[in-house]
Write a protein that binds this ligand. Structure first.
Ligand SMILES: Cc1ncc(COP(=O)(O)O)c(C=O)c1O
Length: 390
């Protein structure tokens, strides 16, 4: 007899996967041999730096790295993180209590709500947003309260608009700058406001800084932890994925408030056993690399950004140039929903984009294009859009 398998309520509460139809059409077109240009995924097309790969190879041959990693990561990685933080943000971190390596920042982001939310506890989550905040809260049994990110507020949440009762009940809050999907940035004044708000209402702040290193035109995004009092209320997530083209390696880290780090470690001790140590050592090499790698990477994305944004604007679209991230947040021309525009671009010109609605209700009215294809392909996208216009 077959089992009558039923998913747990928490899985049923996860929002439907909105991109299923686009995925299906994309696969069908690929099977038909169509020349698809995929601007849908935030996964760099460029390789991991060679010296980082060599370091992995070297350490993977040492049997000492073949065991369960456990603990809070190898000391060499935590030392490299403290040096990197000091160099980059002039922030001092305690090696033993304020840093925790993660199996990619997504893992830590998704697990953190388990450490703090009881059933129906409120989490403040931006809308639109990277979907892992929402899923993590739902899987932990928490309740979502969305903070709209609107263009008129430069895609920053308006904390004065959060209902006082909701703020009093909220336990954690996610923020993310430079932002996915809007590509917006935040300054220290905004982070100060967040710290004051978090202190007033006793809320743990989780700042996701996965794109902190991908910025243009001389702009350097600040760290949330640079602001006075930030460490009393929160933590900051970082990732090696985008900075060093290491999405497949699964390595990131979280740092800041000791109590938050301790509670998240407790969750993780019971679920995973950490990052393969050879990858941690390769991560040291990445964090210690000279500025050359990043400068080259940024120049590549900058050139792509300029080609795509200038090109779209010359075709009459109204697109702002992002100061950071490898995303372009494109307002949808009148007459389309975000889903309809994405669908049309795929159907008519074989270009994959992400409809804003997939990131939350306030993502409606936009589509996201990722700069993760060579510039020649972006030029081809523009040719196809021009042809479509005609
Ligand atoms: C805003 C944001 N945070 C976190 C992540 C996860 O990165 P990783 O788990 O590779 O460190 C992503 C990946 O796309 C992201 O866009």
């Amino acid at each position: 007899m077959e089992l009558n398998i039923e998913e747990a309520e928490r899985l049923k509460r996860l929002p439907p996967y909105l991109f299923a139809e686009i995925d299906r059409k994309k696969k069908k077109k690929i099977l038909e041999g169509k020349d698809i240009i995929d601007l849908g995924v935030g996964d760099p097309d460029l390789p991991t730096p060679k010296d980082v790969i060599e370091e992995l190879y070297r350490y993977a041959q040492d049997p000492k790295t073949h065991h369960y990693p456990m603990g809070r990561g190898v000391i060499e990685l935590r030392e490299a993180i403290t040096r990197w933080y000091k160099r980059r943000f002039d922030v001092n971190l305690d090696i033993d209590s304020e840093i925790l390596p993660l199996i990619g920042s997504k893992e830590g982001i998704a697990h953190l709500p388990l450490a703090f939310l009881n059933q129906e506890d409120i989490a403040l989550v931006p809308d639109p947003a990277y979907p892992a905040y929402r899923s993590g809260v739902i899987l932990a049994g928490g309740r979502l309260h969305y903070m709209p990110l609107l263009e008129q507020n430069d895609f920053l949440p308006d904390l004065n608009q959060v209902d006082i009762q909701v703020a009093k009940e909220a336990k954690i809050m996610f923020i993310n700058y430079p932002n996915n999907p809007t590509a917006a940035t935040a300054n220290e004044d905004f982070y100060k406001e967040v710290v004051d708000f978090a202190k007033e209402y006793n809320i743990i702040v989780c700042h996701d800084a996965a794109y902190s290193e991908l910025s243009f035109d001389g702009y350097k995004p600040p760290s949330f932890l640079q602001v006075d009092g930030a460490r009393d209320v929160g933590v900051e997530f970082h990732s090696l994925s985008k900075t060093f083209n290491m999405t497949g390696w699964r390595i990131g880290f979280v740092c800041g408030n000791k109590e938050v780090i301790k509670a998240l470690s407790k969750v993780k001790e019971n679920i995973d056993s950490g990052v393969f140590e050879a990858i941690q050592y390769a991560g040291v090499r990445a964090l210690e690399s000279n500025d050359e790698h990043l400068e080259t990477l940024i120049n590549i994305y900058k050139e792509r950004r300029d080609i795509l944004v200038d090109g779209l604007n010359s075709l009459g679209w109204k697109v702002s140039k992002p100061k950071a991230t490898f995303y372009v947040w494109v307002p949808v021309p009148p007459g389309y929903t975000s889903m309809e525009l994405s669908d049309t671009l795929l159907e008519k010109i074989d270009v994959v984009t992400t409809p804003g609605i997939g990131f939350g209700e306030n993502g409606e009215g936009y589509i996201r294009m990722a700069l993760t294809v060579p510039k020649e392909r972006l030029e081809e996208v523009l040719i196809r859009i021009k042809r479509f216009h005609e």
